[in-house]
Design a protein around this ligand. Structure first.
Ligand SMILES: O=C(O)CCC(=O)C(=O)O
Ligand SMILES: [Mn+2]
Length: 201
């Protein structure tokens, strides 16, 4: 495991999770997806998002014509599964043992998927960091500023990379510009999974 570097307050562990841990986490996430299938959200403006997603935890993140928000139920009406232990272990290691996250959002990026520059600001409590775990193909992560625009820095997140976005970086703009499709063999059909854990408040 290599160390941690800090880019604009984002703590980046590029090789945090070893191959065995990645495989175990993937199996746990597949179990979550079986209970709470991935869906394709729409932005509040009615545009389909290129990323597919689902959640585990007390609440899940959803988006549709009614806005971006946390919901107690999956869009199908079912409950969200509990957050897998493999994910909680990383949270307790890098963020806190005092409390677990409320939401574990699972994003899937196919070959053409991306995520535009945004802030994570649908939570009511910003005092806790957001923990991000990457599995599968590499994704080009762009880090901006506390307000939209300005110079940015980009870094490739690979399978097993972990990012902690806390303190002043909690409200920094960020996004995913592209995926290096089939750069990893973890997901046999290619693609990238990103898991973000948040205290919602
Ligand atoms: O895919 C990533 O690495 C970032 C995901 C993200 O920013 C989010 O879900 O809010
Ligand atoms: Mn985000």
């Amino acid at each position: 495991m290599t160390g941690c570097m800090t880019v604009r307050g984002f703590q980046i562990y590029s090789e945090k999770l070893d191959a065995e841990t990645q495989q175990a986490m993937l199996e746990d996430l597949r179990q979550v997806i079986r209970q709470a299938p991935m869906f394709s959200p729409q932005t509040p403006f009615g545009k389909p998002m290129s990323v597919r997603m689902t959640s585990a935890g007390r609440v899940g993140w959803v988006s549709d014509r009614n806005g971006y928000r946390y919901a107690h139920r999956h869009p199908d009406g079912g409950p969200w599964p509990t957050i897998p232990e493999t994910v909680l272990t990383v949270w307790r290691d890098l963020v806190s043992t005092d409390r677990d996250p409320d939401c574990c959002l699972i994003n899937f990026y196919g070959e053409q998927a991306r995520m535009g520059m945004h802030q994570d600001r649908d939570e009511t409590d910003f005092s806790w960091p957001v923990l991000s775990l990457s599995l599968g193909d590499e994704g080009l992560f762009r880090i901006g500023n506390q307000t939209r625009g300005g110079k940015t820095e980009s870094i490739w997140l690979r399978s097993g990379s972990v990012v902690v976005m806390g303190g002043p970086a909690r409200l920094t703009y960020h996004g995913i510009d592209k995926i290096r499709f089939k750069s990893s063999s973890l997901l046999p059909k290619g693609g990238r999974i990103n898991v973000t854990c948040r205290v919602v408040g």
